[in-house]
Ligand binder design. Structure first.
Ligand code: HEC
Ligand code: HEC
Ligand code: HEC
Ligand code: HEC
Ligand code: HEC
Length: 179
């Protein structure tokens, strides 16, 4: 009979443990969702990188004009798109919409996706112009996307910068990145 009591005790304990594990699991999921659910970035049209880079052969610099010389790479303006889309291009509904929007004088204001806090100093000139690093190192497979990603494909936080700097023997000095 003593065995039964112990079994019951064990059963109760197991239930309690799995119950609190469930609470921790749910809390963990809620926290993860809250932390990772950054607001998505809406864009004026469904731009297609793969079509323009891989299929049409345009260089990144054609649209991101400051990427080798400036701190910021820059996003294209309506004028860049007008060069080709003043006339109808292809047959897709989205290409037709681009031509219509441009004819109406829409500025096609694209919004930044990758963004650092203002206390961090970063420059493309140093990393792309001088060190000749590939875009994929930091931006992942953005050149293969067929529509604008709602969120950055790579999380660029302090560890991300530090890991490469450590591997490549570059500065780990706080003041180099926080000015
Ligand atoms: C050098 C010429 C050129 C430039 C510059 C250009 N495009 Fe295009 N774009 C094209 C061509 C050609 C197509 C049609 C390709 C096809 O359907 O195969 C196209 C297709 C598209 C489509 C449809 C994509 C799809 O998935 O069907 C969109 C959207 C688009 N362009 C947006 C833009 C925007 C926005 C800009 C400016 C940032 C731009 N394009 C700049 C040539 C260009
Ligand atoms: C024809 C113009 C065009 C070309 C060529 C082009 N891009 Fe873009 N790029 C855009 C537009 C428009 C956006 C914003 C919409 C989007 O994300 O698709 C953008 C967004 C980006 C972003 C996100 C920027 C941010 O706001 O944080 C990255 C990174 C990027 N492009 C990298 C590249 C790379 C790498 C190449 C070359 C392999 C390239 N792009 C070629 C037009 C272009
Ligand atoms: C060493 C990492 C790194 C490399 C390599 C890199 N980028 Fe970036 N890129 C960033 C960071 C970090 C940001 C966000 C910067 C900020 O908010 O100040 C960014 C932002 C951008 C943006 C957003 C617009 C802007 O002006 O800030 C575009 C477009 C872009 N990069 C394109 C490119 C292209 C194209 C290449 C390759 C030719 C490239 N990047 C290579 C780290 C990198
Ligand atoms: C993939 C590798 C890589 C990544 C990721 C990277 N860096 Fe760098 N960084 C380099 C290299 C290589 C250099 C040296 C460039 C040169 O030759 O001048 C450098 C140089 C620098 C310098 C100049 C240092 C000095 O001595 O003044 C700063 C500042 C810097 N990086 C900041 C950043 C920040 C901020 C990030 C993250 C947003 C970052 N880096 C991510 C490779 C990287
Ligand atoms: C190679 C560049 C680099 C170096 C070196 C660096 N940081 Fe950072 N730091 C960053 C980036 C990138 C972020 C993230 C900014 C963001 O979220 O946009 C950051 C964020 C921070 C934050 C804000 C909290 C957080 O984690 O987001 C603090 C505090 C900080 N760094 C302190 C330091 C200290 C102290 C040192 C020296 C031991 C240092 N950093 C060296 C790039 C660097």
């Amino acid at each position: 009979m003593g065995g039964t009591a112990a079994d019951r005790g064990g059963f109760v304990r197991v239930r309690w443990v799995s119950g609190s594990f469930g609470v921790i699991l749910v809390a963990g999921i809620v926290i993860t969702v809250l932390v990772t659910a950054r607001p998505s970035v809406p864009q004026p049209v469904a731009f297609n990188h793969r079509k323009h880079t891989e299929e049409l052969g345009l260089n990144c610099e054609f649209c991101h004009v400051h990427v080798t010389k400036g701190a910021h790479a820059g996003l294209p303006d309506a004028q860049t798109c007008t060069m080709c889309h003043q006339a109808a291009q292809g047959t897709s509904a989205e290409a037709t919409r681009v031509t219509t929007l441009l004819a109406e004088g829409d500025p096609l204001t694209f919004k930044k996706l990758f963004r650092l806090e203002p206390h961090v100093f970063y420059t493309h000139r140093r990393h792309v112009g001088i060190a000749e690093l590939e875009c994929e190192n930091c931006h992942g497979a953005i050149a293969q996307t067929v529509r604008p990603p709602a969120r950055p494909l790579v999380t660029i936080d302090m560890d991300f910068c530090m890991d490469c700097h450590r591997e490549q023997g570059q500065t780990l000095d706080c003041n180099a990145c926080h000015r």
